[in-house]
Write a protein that binds this ligand. Structure first.
Ligand code: CAA
Length: 378
């Protein structure tokens, strides 16, 4: 670390700033809410075939906040978990960004609540990032680019949190896709994985999913949003393959996606393999990779900004050193980005056990309890 600082300062002093540095993730923490509802129970309430939710949408369970639980509890919980396994000095945090679409205030950033609870203040750039479900990826990219730019002290690290609570109106078609959760990442040295500098973006102004100021529930143009997701994935993958080649895309060991509902991933990937004109064998590989990383999402539901990073946490936790990950973020409105990472850890993945424990220890709600919980909502 000291050598890195000396090298960094010397290279800046000499004006040689093309010196390539590799940054990545030092620690990861995931916080799930206390309660859970099986989608079969919701299907009974909706009077629909449970297979529609399980097979049609690919969902198994929805993570739900308890009566007094908020997005702040999730964001802080995830950050505390990341800090606990990191064992570094919190004074080294020089950057704190929270990606969310569950803002509590039009002015005060969610990062201020996180900083307040964690006791973080001083020489820290702290703010909130909003672009629907894309906000988490943007925060990660900004943290990485902050490290690469040398704007902070070389020994400083970034704390990024993606946190959201996703709720839809009672009996809305999207109700079975509800969920909640937060993922925190400490970005600095590539201890768990390195993050590649280059990324591939797509954006297009669209009203597919939005939540006007003061309104509790989003306005959803479901089909439009699905088409936008598919289009964005294709455009990002096209940008990547045009630069790096199709072989490089096919060589990725894990694929992690934003997961509004698991079937969305298969729909978009099926369209992608068709448009990329992949062979049967290549298609099989891509579909298998995409299926693996949504495992936890099926029991959590849509956690908006956090959904991608839950999928990422699964892939990173189940991958081995040297393997490469493809990471695709989509946010309505719409914006998308694809980036790659390489696994550096040698099997030290404390978050895997922790998430399994959290999934096991949640309070399973009955339909009556779910209805009671909803009574507090608009
Ligand atoms: N058994 C098995 N499958 C069944 C079935 C049954 N008995 N009955 C229906 N299905 C299948 C349907 O065939 C359909 O599958 P295909 O898409 O493969 O054809 C699937 O179940 C869904 O059924 P519907 O097409 O009738 O759609 P729906 O009314 O259930 O609504 C939705 C689905 C539009 C996605 C709705 O949940 C929604 O609006 N969700 C919110 C928007 C969203 O998630 N968009 C995703 C992209 S935007 C994004 O990513 C941002 C974000 O996080 C929100």
């Amino acid at each position: 670390m000291i050598l890195r600082s000396i090298l960094f300062i010397s290279f800046h002093f000499l004006g040689i700033i093309s010196f390539s540095m590799t940054f990545g993730i030092e620690s990861l923490g995931v916080q799930l809410p206390q309660a859970v509802l099986d989608v079969d129970l919701l299907a009974t309430l909706h009077k629909v075939d449970p297979e529609k939710f399980r097979i049609g949408l690919g969902c198994r369970q929805m993570a739900l906040c308890g009566e007094k639980e908020t997005v702040v509890d999730l964001a802080v919980g995830a950050a505390q978990k990341a800090l606990k396994t990191w064992k570094g000095d919190p004074k080294k945090i020089g950057f704190l960004a929270v990606g969310t679409e569950t803002s509590l205030d039009e002015a005060r950033p969610l990062s201020a609540w996180v900083a307040q609870t964690l006791g973080l203040s001083g020489n820290i750039r702290s703010y909130e990032v909003k672009h629907a479900c894309y906000g988490g990826m943007l925060a990660v990219r900004q943290a990485l680019e902050w490290k690469l730019s040398g704007a902070g002290h070389p020994e400083q690290v970034a704390l990024v949190v993606a946190a959201d609570v996703c709720m839809y109106p009672f009996l809305h078609a999207a109700e079975p896709t509800q969920g909640a959760g937060a993922v925190a990442l400490i970005i600095g040295d590539p201890l768990l994985c390195s993050l590649d500098q280059k990324s591939y973006c797509y954006s297009e102004p669209l009203f597919d999913f939005w939540r006007p100021t003061g309104q509790f529930y989003p306005i959803v143009q479901g089909k439009l949003s699905i088409d936008a997701y598919c289009r964005a994935l294709y455009q990002c993958a096209k940008n990547f393959t045009e630069e790096k080649g199709l072989e490089d895309f096919l060589a990725l060991d894990h694929l992690c996606f934003h997961v509004p509902f698991p079937k969305m991933v298969f729909r978009a990937v099926s369209l992608l393999v068709h448009r990329l004109k992949l062979t049967e064998q290549q298609t099989e590989k891509i579909l298998k990779d995409a299926a693996q990383a949504v495992f936890w999402n099926q029991d959590i539901g849509n956690a908006y900004t956090a959904s991608l990073w839950i999928s990422f946490a699964y892939a990173l936790g189940h991958g081995t050193q040297g393997q490469r990950l493809g990471i695709f973020s989509f946010g309505s409105g719409c914006g998308a980005e694809f980036m790659t990472a390489k696994i550096h850890h040698t099997g030290n993945t404390p978050w895997v056990r922790d998430i399994q424990e959290q999934l096991k220890n949640r309070q399973s709600l009955s339909i009556k309890e779910y209805e009671a919980l909803r009574k507090n909502l608009p």
